[in-house]
Design a protein around this ligand. Structure first.
Ligand SMILES: *Cc1c(COP(=O)(O)O)cnc(C)c1O
Length: 389
């Protein structure tokens, strides 16, 4: 049967390899010239002013929370249908987390529920400082409406676009920060482009960019305007003015990212084509295929179907196990974050976010990546058809 078909994987070319080897042969393995080049290239691609590379998106989310001064007594709200990192970043800062349930059509945070929850939170005096919507599967959230609510209620926005580099939204690229204070990308190998481990925080606010960059390197500055002693101490001199971290990306990773970025549109086009092919092939099967809101175009990090036992007579578990036994490494995104044992200890539990929980019962991600051949995709479709019959 050959090698199993993963749900996602990277695409590496000879040019990618040359780029990384070139760095190994250079003077700088970290903090070299490729970091800034990569940051500027991503910023230019997205149409945003500033970008700050980090060692992964989880670190970039943490930096974003710190840059927005999230701390004890503050709240961050996010979607339960996400990777745990979108919520954990708030806890790293000593702030608290709450969730806004999803829209059962897009599987993104529901703006109707957000508006309702904000109204109640205002009365209770517990408005969030930050809302972190997640562009699930690569489709933008209703960012325009979220930004309108931010204006009305005075919260800041971290858009977790880990799935969504290359996606379009209302005539612009996701990452342009038109409707977000900070947008985050992940470059993990299953995402759209990769640097091995890697992430980035994008913003149009130069003050936020400076804070993000400083916190990425221990909270250290060499800017005389920020130092108490000024510049006269000597060329060696620096000051630590905040408690930061070492969240830097290496120059090796940035070189790989730069090389990958030249193919981002190609990657996304291929994913869109394969997604359309799934949707067409699955239209007569008793499963729900992904709904698109028409406000842009997804980057298609994930292609998620939903298995409803009422319609199929098969549980998701049965379909999932059948696919895995057929050498197809389907996956599930996501177990609702509030149901994780760590979050249950904070008083969250089943029934809190029913749309996310109902979605989770049937969700299954099919293989989707640049190198997935139509032949392999047809095999996935055939096996799924068999599993559901
Ligand atoms: C992958 C992912 C992250 C974390 O990315 P890393 O680069 O692995 O730290 C955060 N949020 C979402 C929604 C993700 O999918």
């Amino acid at each position: 049967m050959g090698k199993p078909i993963p749900y996602g994987r990277q695409h590496i070319t000879a040019a990618d390899i040359r780029a990384v080897v070139g760095v190994l042969q250079s003077d700088w393995l970290t903090q070299g010239p490729n970091i800034e080049r990569f940051e500027q290239a991503v910023a230019a691609y997205c149409g945003v002013k500033h970008a700050v590379a980090a060692c992964n998106a989880t670190a970039a989310l943490h930096l974003a929370c710190m840059a927005l001064d999230l701390g004890p007594g503050d709240w961050l709200w996010t979607s339960p249908n996400t990777f745990v990192a979108s919520a954990n970043c708030s806890l790293y800062c000593g702030a608290q987390v709450d969730f806004v349930d999803i829209d059962p059509k897009t599987y993104n945070l529901s703006v109707e529920l957000l508006a309702r929850k904000l109204e109640q939170a205002k009365i209770a005096g517990k408005l969030p400082k930050v809302v972190a919507p997640v562009d699930f599967s690569g489709q933008s959230c209703d960012m325009r409406e979220i930004a309108r609510l931010a204006e009305q209620y005075g919260f800041r926005i971290i858009e977790d676009a880990s799935h969504a580099i290359g996606a379009d939204y209302l005539g612009g690229k996701v990452g342009n920060c038109r409707y977000a204070d900070i947008t985050i990308f992940s470059f993990h190998p299953v995402k759209i482009i990769t640097t091995g481990e890697g992430g980035m925080a994008l913003t149009n606010d130069v003050e936020l960019q400076r804070k993000l960059a400083r916190l990425r390197t221990h909270g250290i500055t060499r800017d005389p305007k920020l130092m108490s002693a000024g510049a006269n101490e000597g060329a060696w001199y620096y000051e630590q003015i905040d408690l930061g971290y070492n969240y830097r990306m290496t120059d090796l990773q940035a070189a790989l990212g730069l090389s990958q970025l030249t193919r981002v549109d190609e990657f996304v086009q291929r994913r869109r084509k394969l997604a359309a092919r799934y949707t067409k092939a699955l239209r007569n099967l008793p499963v729900k295929t992904p709904w698109q809101n028409g406000e842009g175009e997804s980057a298609w990090h994930l292609y998620v179907i939903n298995v409803d036992p009422e319609r199929t007579g098969k549980t998701r578990r049965e379909v999932f196990d059948f696919m895995r036994e057929s050498g197809i490494l389907v996956n599930v995104h996501y177990i609702p974050v509030h149901l994780q044992p760590y979050y249950r200890r904070m008083e969250f539990g089943p029934g809190d976010f029913p749309a996310s929980e109902a979605y989770y019962q049937g969700a299954m991600s099919l293989p989707l990546y640049f190198d997935l051949t139509e032949e392999k995709q047809d095999y996935v479709i055939a096996k799924l058809t068999e599993a559901l019959s």
